[in-house]
Design a binder for this molecule. Sequence first.
Ligand SMILES: Nc1nc2c(c(=O)[nH]1)N[C@H]1C(S)=C(S)[C@@H](COP(=O)(O)OP(=O)(O)OC[C@H]3O[C@@H](n4cnc5c(=O)[nH]c(N)nc54)[C@H](O)[C@@H]3O)O[C@H]1N2
Ligand SMILES: Nc1nc2c(c(=O)[nH]1)N[C@H]1C(S)=C(S)[C@@H](COP(=O)(O)OP(=O)(O)OC[C@H]3O[C@@H](n4cnc5c(=O)[nH]c(N)nc54)[C@H](O)[C@@H]3O)O[C@H]1N2
Ligand SMILES: [Mo]
Length: 748
Amino acid sequence: MADKSAPSTKVTSSHWGAFEVDVEGDRITATRGFSEDPHPSRIPDVLPAAVHHKTRVTRPSFRRGWLETRERGGRGEQDFVELPWDEALDIAAAEIDRIRQKHGNTAIFGGSYGWGSAGRFHHAQSQVHRFLNCIGGYVASFGSYSTGCAQSIMPHVLGVDFLQLLYEHQDGWQTIHDHTETLVMFGGINPKNSQVSMGGITEHQTAGWFDRFAAKGMRCVNIGPQRTDAPEGCDWMPVRPGSDTALMLALACVLEEEGLVDRVFLASHTVGYDRFRPYLIGATDGVPKTPDWAAPLCGVAPEAIRSLARRMATTRTLITVAWSLQRAEHGEQPYWMSVVLAAMLGQIGLPGGGVGYGYGAIGGVGKSLIGLRGMTFPQLTNPVAETIPVARIGDMLRNPGQPYDFDGQRKTYPDIRLIYWAGGNPYHHHQDLNALHEAWQRPETIIVNEPWWTATAKRADIVFPATTPYEREDIGRTNLDDYLFHMPRLIPPVGQARDDYDIFGGLADRCGVGDQFTEGLTSAEWIGKLYAGYRTAAADTGIDVPDLEALKERNWVRLPIQAEGPNRTFFAPFREDPDAFRLGTPSGRIEVFSETIDSFGYDDCPGHPIWFPPSEWLGSATAAAPLHLVSPQPGDKLHSQLEAALADVEGARPETLVIHPDDAAARDIDTGDLLRVFNARGVCRARASVSSDINPGVVALPTGAWFGDPGGNIDPDGNPNVLTLDVGTSRLGQGCSAHSALVQVARL
Ligand SMILES: Nc1nc2c(c(=O)[nH]1)N[C@H]1C(S)=C(S)[C@@H](COP(=O)(O)OP(=O)(O)OC[C@H]3O[C@@H](n4cnc5c(=O)[nH]c(N)nc54)[C@H](O)[C@@H]3O)O[C@H]1N2
Ligand SMILES: Nc1nc2c(c(=O)[nH]1)N[C@H]1C(S)=C(S)[C@@H](COP(=O)(O)OP(=O)(O)OC[C@H]3O[C@@H](n4cnc5c(=O)[nH]c(N)nc54)[C@H](O)[C@@H]3O)O[C@H]1N2
Ligand SMILES: [Mo]
């Protein structure tokens, strides 16, 4: 522990990058950007206030109705009773035991989705999963809110795990810089989002790359509802949200009409184009997918579509697609269609050509690093096989025992009696929060480990106060970054907060699996053990990393793992010899038509890409809900983290809603006005920002505000998830459909 009298400064790591922290006595007093970072994030500015905020959970707390009578309703409405740690752990362990004895481990939901914090040992999700595995397992969740739909569709189309594709088989920024002439960005590439990366991003470089692209004369086209989704200097082609597939089909149709299709590539490297082409040219449904057909759907003039298609066919073109496009109803389609369009252009496997996903979504995409094994706290094996697609939690709670479809499987929702959440905030991340609040009353018991009184903590029965990364020692190291950090313990735990490891250790002891959970090791011993394993694996790759004592001394090191020269993705050898380097699809080729998907018989995701209008988009706008709401990631924070202190900043809440001048004028709205944003699902407040950087008919309200009162009451700080639609992307992907929502806006 720091000497109380001597102020000190240390560097620590986080999902938004490294930063310096000043400590005086028991308090964090200030933060500053890290010296090696060309564009440090401002997110930690509010960190000192957040860490010591009055909304910290300071003691184990029990919802009164649950403690007294085990009553289920009333979550989110009752006060909490504080108990000493030992008694609290006794009660929680007895309840966990009761549920698993009576209903079995399939009655425990431990998916516990969320970003938690960046340190590798105190990774809350690994901690809760390991604990639950020790006591016989839990119902887990598959995929992420970020890319769940892509994780289902892309293996069928490209034969590769989507996350592996993202981090190992896409062109790096240098290759794009050297070779790409036209960068066509569906959903943009936003330096605001690449501020963040899972486990950390130390040098923020995306904006710097775009300066270099501009200097080189690369043509960068941002296709989407907001100009601000790409750096200044990019062309903006405004499209209606949810219509990208129609636009891609029209681009493909121009290639067909004008003889620009690379038929040799299609014949040698793909299967099923002959099954798709009749749909494209209208032979199957009498509707050729021409620019004239697409124009009223996507709002782009036919001539602009034609000239973009010609340019794509005659220059080295990289198509990039933001993850946001698959966080929408029928999100499978723009992802699949982007591959088909790239295949028709015939540039897949050429440097700087083809298609890529999520550049700018997080900072790690596009970095070319030599792969080094990361550091993870082993979760052990889950004896329970049941999982749900991560974004179907509301459906799971509403429909126990009911069947549903997912990626070719007929599955049944489990009957959940106990939820354990650590390191995530479903009342931030899930859609249609008023409906979730209803479904959330059903389980018998909900336990949450949290540093702050988030909306999720307030809706739990048992809340254990967790430390933040600044109150414990850890290691910061991810495969997406070339820095390694010792994250020192900077201050003592706030209140009676404990590390997740100690909370689960205490529960494991009481459930009779203490030795299995801890293996007899303290957290310091675990960190030493995991780090030693990491260091040995690094040495096997020829990379020398300091021993733990030396790393503690130095605080951080930069690892020599930057890949030299243009990177070669597996599409390059596949291009050269598709028989020797088969893809992992059934045909070994890119699947324009998938016999597998076709065999599922899904009317919402047939055997080739197809245009489906979403149930909520501008094409289905009504008088009651005439505007399309997109709810992107917040620029000034990570999801709902540090929200407590941000909400105190003068003028920061309610959250800002961007609206076009025409839509504002029709409602007599000026910048700064307080607004009511509403639809049949809910109501929230927001503050207007009138701007022509957004499409008419579209409004943008970022995620991140904490959810307030349930029910018909107005959500005060502006959480867009009171308005969003909680349906799966389709029976194939079952991803979240956050970006498909219609709303109305009025002055408050
Ligand atoms: N409308 C709409 N909704 C969306 C999206 C969208 O685009 N639009 N995007 C979705 C996406 S992609 C994502 S990834 C999700 C993000 O949703 P989440 O990952 O759930 O959001 P976070 O706010 O990061 O939640 C992390 C929680 O962990 C807590 N925490 C931090 N450190 C620790 C720790 O050490 N221990 C414990 N026990 N807790 C800790 C934090 O206080 C915080 O409450 O949101 C999704 N929701
Ligand atoms: N600062 C910050 N950065 C973050 C995060 C954060 O919380 N804060 N979260 C991180 C996480 S977990 C993730 S998953 C990534 C997400 O990365 P993305 O999925 O790329 O991010 P979003 O911000 O949801 O969406 C980007 C833009 O897509 C546009 N868009 C929405 N719908 C459509 C559509 O139908 N068509 C087109 N063409 N465009 C559309 C919107 O204008 C939106 O601004 O961001 C990461 N980066
Ligand atoms: Mo995400």
